[in-house]
Design a protein around this ligand. Structure first.
Ligand code: ZN
Length: 163
């Protein structure tokens, strides 16, 4: 049994109480957040954001990949954001494997090696700093106002990663 049916039922209730109507597509707070996809991170709750406030770009690790940069370019050039927040977190799954080992397992099971980087990393703060450097070094982002944080999944607290 898939869980999708339950999700649709949940949406039915959500839509029944939908009060704010259509909102502008430009984020009201002018901010874009790049965060890990980890299920324990509810970015809107963690940061006190509401619908329409911010762009939230998520992937495994919250790494500033080429695709995250692509979304930030759209966010800044077309939708007016001027500020970027990066969020990694304690207990991240990306610390628990190596690209080589996982690629080997996938290749063994499927006969094909992923052509893309799997993006594991060994140090949270270094990966946040690398993300900040990627943003500051990008010629395509006009706004470099970026700060990086670690979210503690045990306390709900954010701590800034100093450059
Ligand atoms: Zn994570």
């Amino acid at each position: 049994m898939s869980f999708t049916g339950q999700l649709l039922a949940n949406n039915h209730s959500y839509a029944a109480g939908f009060a704010h109507g259509d909102l502008p597509s430009r984020p009201a707070k002018g901010v874009a957040i790049v965060a890990c996809m980890d299920a324990r991170l509810d970015i809107h709750k963690i940061l006190g954001l509401a619908e329409g406030d911010a762009h939230v770009i998520r992937n495994a690790g919250g790494t500033v990949t080429e695709d995250a940069l692509r979304s930030l370019v759209i966010s800044q050039w077309l939708l007016g954001t001027t500020e970027i927040v990066l969020i990694h977190h304690t207990g991240c799954g990306m610390l628990g494997f190596t690209d080589g080992d996982l690629a080997d397992r996938i290749a063994e099971a499927t006969g094909e090696r992923p052509s893309f980087s799997l993006g594991s990393f060994i140090d949270l703060e270094s990966n946040v700093r690398a993300g900040i450097a990627a943003i500051k070094g990008s010629p395509f982002l006009p706004h470099k106002n970026v700060r990086g944080f670690l979210y503690d999944v045990a306390t709900g607290r954010l701590e800034e990663v100093r450059p």
